[in-house]
Write a protein that binds this ligand. Structure first.
Ligand SMILES: Cc1cc2nc3c(=O)[nH]c(=O)nc-3n(C[C@H](O)[C@H](O)[C@H](O)COP(=O)(O)OP(=O)(O)OC[C@H]3O[C@@H](n4cnc5c(N)ncnc54)[C@H](O)[C@@H]3O)c2cc1C
Length: 288
């Protein structure tokens, strides 16, 4: 049966969306290219703690009001949330096309049809470096630099290897929040601060240009010339496609743990109206 909705990405935003859809009895599946919460498993450094205190992170379950969870604790808590979600892991979505009233997601395991799609593939999962002298993901917070082609670009977090950069060179990924620069933290798989400093002496560049999302799989109809999603608030201009987890979708907190559940509720309401009474419902809902 064609699900009413496919949620792309099982990070915190996608899991929040899934929980809201479940609460409304909307038939859906959450698909994830790797493991639940992959970004917090592999793209955070060991010493990272969430920068909002416990009382703000209600979606992560009960915790002391003034606690700051570690990345590992975030993963543990999101695994609990994921345990009740209809989930398919190890499935990468690489395309999205409209076919009549439905959407077809091209995936690593063949096409999947859906009546609607929630995109939660992450707005900060990739390294946002200028590429070929131009920013690859202009969010307004990067530094535009002219990059001589022979400077080794060292990147931990993403596939944005500018042409000419020697493969195998490394560097710190950018930080978020306060005090997350290369001199203060040691990423899990990146170079140590000392290594970075030594490399800097020989002409390396340390990019502190932030993170970005990878939306190329949405295609040209759903993205702007910079590769960012076309949207008004959380809604795509195309029928039946919503976004969750991006900064400033609806409110300032849209891009963090505080905002995910609230935005997810708004999106689930909109999606429910979109599906209308003909929308299929999960068996528990139909039985009620
Ligand atoms: C370094 C860093 C630290 C942060 N610290 C905090 C913090 O302390 N507090 C806070 O509130 N916020 C923080 N944020 C912001 C935000 O909360 C996190 O980025 C959060 O992980 C975003 O959740 P998300 O679900 O939108 O994206 P992600 O967590 O990135 O999840 C996206 C998921 O989608 C999957 N995916 C991607 N593409 C595809 C595809 N094509 N097909 C299938 N699956 C796909 C990925 O594997 C991933 O599991 C931080 C962000 C960063 C980058």
């Amino acid at each position: 049966m064609v699900p009413d909705c496919v949620v792309v990405g099982a990070g915190p935003a996608g899991l929040a969306a899934g929980a809201e859809l479940t609460g409304r009895g909307i038939d859906h599946v959450v698909v994830e290219r790797a493991r639940v919460d992959e970004s917090w498993r592999t793209q955070r450094w060991d010493s990272l703690r969430v920068n909002n205190p416990g009382f703000m992170n209600l979606m992560l379950g009960e915790q002391k009001p003034n606690t700051y969870l570690t990345a590992g604790e975030v993963v543990e808590r999101l695994e609990v949330l994921a345990s009740t979600a209809p989930l398919r892991t190890g499935l990468t979505v690489h395309g999205l096309t409209r076919a009549g009233e439905r959407w077809i997601l091209g995936t690593s395991d063949g096409p999947i049809e859906a009546r609607s799609v929630v995109v939660s593939s992450g707005g900060g999962r990739m390294f946002a470096a200028p590429r070929n002298g131009r920013p690859c993901c202009p969010t307004g917070s990067y530094s535009v630099m002219r990059r001589p082609t022979r400077i080794p670009v060292i990147c931990r977090a993403g596939p944005f290897w500018p042409s000419g950069a020697p493969r195998g060179s490394r560097c710190d990924g950018p930080g978020t929040g306060t005090g997350t620069g290369t001199s203060e933290t040691t990423p899990r798989t990146g170079a140590t601060a000392g290594t970075v400093a030594r490399r800097a002496e020989i002409g390396s560049v340390i990019w502190c240009t932030g993170y970005a999302g990878d939306f190329h799989w949405l295609g040209e109809d759903l993205t702007d010339p910079h590769g960012l999603p076309l949207r008004r608030g959380p809604a795509s201009p195309a029928p039946g496609v919503w976004f969750v987890g991006l900064r400033w979708l609806i409110r300032r907190s849209s891009g963090n743990f505080v905002g995910f559940p609230r935005d997810a509720a708004v999106i689930a309401d909109a999606l429910e109206s979109y599906l209308g009474p003909s929308g299929s419902r999960s068996s528990s809902d139909s039985a009620a």
